[in-house]
Design a protein around this ligand. Structure first.
Ligand code: PLP
Length: 393
């Protein structure tokens, strides 16, 4: 018989030659400040569980309680009979938290971008997108009928060049940017983007997956951090990172919500979030609105860790958030760094092409409020040891 899938083996061999093929680690416990890999307890520096809410006792209990009352699954897409009151409660809490008119929840951040972008623009419109925007934005743009133009990362002159050249040829123009860029941890220049949108009559769309729960008052996000409430038309967030559960949302105007309930394909063709997730999200949002204790701890942990990495001589890029890239460059060396840290008891994922450009390999350290002082000092000691072995410092 002809081996029709042989080409896949060749593709995999190619990955192996490049030194980037990997087996997935299997965590046999919760994704907390430590994880369990092959019977060993390892300090976890790679989760997006920024505030530790994924393992918060109140949040876990809320998930269990929701299952007892509402069952395990939503049973339907939202637009048929999947619209449980828990989902409406979460949206009300989110609208309050983000200080926007309305919020509409999707099954994930990726779903949210894919479903929203194609619903809010048409043929004859233009999308102008930062070159480093998240993959789910890129996919969302690919699925819509508008034209697209890319501007150089956070380069406002280049954004203006594109708008000057193209804006006049289109009915509507939507500027899309990440709020926090996930690979370098830098912030979008939102005040300038808002000015540019006003000058050229554009709509604004900010994907704040890494900003929500992290920046602004009690983690209200990048828009709050810059004091730009009311100036961004579509604010995307995820419930899967700092909120600790799963899901995505758009915080926006009431009429946009009504429209998306009719036209956002993930809401029409994919089952609604399960009760356990919704119960947990409600509790996470309640916790955030009660106190800024978790966000404060996150920032003090991140500042401590970054200060010491810098002192040791590592190149940690220009991050403005708890996302801490440790630059390596070469792809294979990046993976070796990650592997040797793991042998020492610290998990930090290596990020290489195609997630970042070729030659820009790095480790990406994700600090969490759940890390103890002991975790941080242990990891710093191991970074210094392996960094010296690999002659990075
Ligand atoms: C993580 C991320 C997403 C995807 O969110 P999920 O809820 O994990 O699907 C979308 N956009 C950005 C900018 C992200 O960083």
């Amino acid at each position: 018989m002809k081996d029709t899938l042989h080409y896949i083996d060749e593709w995999i061999d190619q990955l192996k030659e490049e030194g980037v093929y990997r087996e997935l680690p299997v965590n046999t416990g919760p994704c907390d400040h430590v994880i369990e890999l092959e019977g060993e307890t390892i300090v976890n520096m790679s989760s997006n569980n920024y505030l530790g809410l994924a393992n918060n006792e109140r949040v876990k209990k809320a998930a269990c309680d929701a299952v007892k009352t509402y069952g395990a699954g939503a049973g339907s897409v939202r637009t048929i009979v999947g619209n449980q009151d828990l989902l409406e409660d979460v949206e009300d809490l989110l609208a309050d938290f983000k200080e926007e008119e309305a919020a509409i929840v999707f099954q994930s951040g990726l779903n949210c971008n894919i479903g929203t972008i194609q619903a809010i623009v048409k043929k004859g419109d233009l999308i102008v997108s930062d070159e480093l925007n998240h993959a789910s934005i890129i996919d969302g743009i690919r699925l819509c009928k508008a034209d697209k133009a890319i501007f150089n990362h956070s380069d406002m002159n280049d954004l203006e060049r594109v708008l000057k050249e193209k804006r006049k040829d289109y009915e509507r123009c939507l500027i899309i940017t990440d709020g926090v860029f996930s690979m370098d941890g830098d912030l979008a220049k939102l005040p300038s983007i808002v000015d540019m949108a006003e000058k050229y009559d554009c709509l604004t769309y900010v994907d704040d997956a890494h900003g929500s729960g992290v920046l602004g008052r009690s983690g209200r996000g990048t828009v709050d951090h810059y004091g730009l409430h009311g100036k961004i038309d579509f604010i995307i967030g995820t419930l899967s990172k700092a909120i600790g559960v799963i899901g995505g949302y758009v915080a926006t105007k009431e009429n946009v919500k009504k429209w998306l309930l009719h036209r956002a394909r993930p809401l029409l063709f994919s089952t609604a979030l399960p009760p356990a997730a919704l119960g947990a999200i409600k509790e996470s949002l309640t916790i955030l609105s009660e106190s800024d204790e978790h966000t404060k701890k996150l920032w003090s942990n991140a500042n401590y860790f970054k200060k010491h990495l810098r002192k040791m001589g590592f190149d940690i890029g220009h991050s403005q958030t708890p996302i801490t890239p440790v630059m390596v460059g070469n792809e294979a060396k990046t993976m070796t760094f990650s592997k040797q840290l793991l042998d020492e008891g610290v998990f930090v994922s290596g990020i290489v092409f195609p997630t970042v450009p070729k030659g820009k390999g790095r480790l990406r350290v994700m600090i969490s409020a759940s890390h103890t002082q002991k975790d941080l000092d242990f990891a710093l000691e191991k970074f210094e040891k392996v960094g010296k072995t690999l002659k990075l410092i």
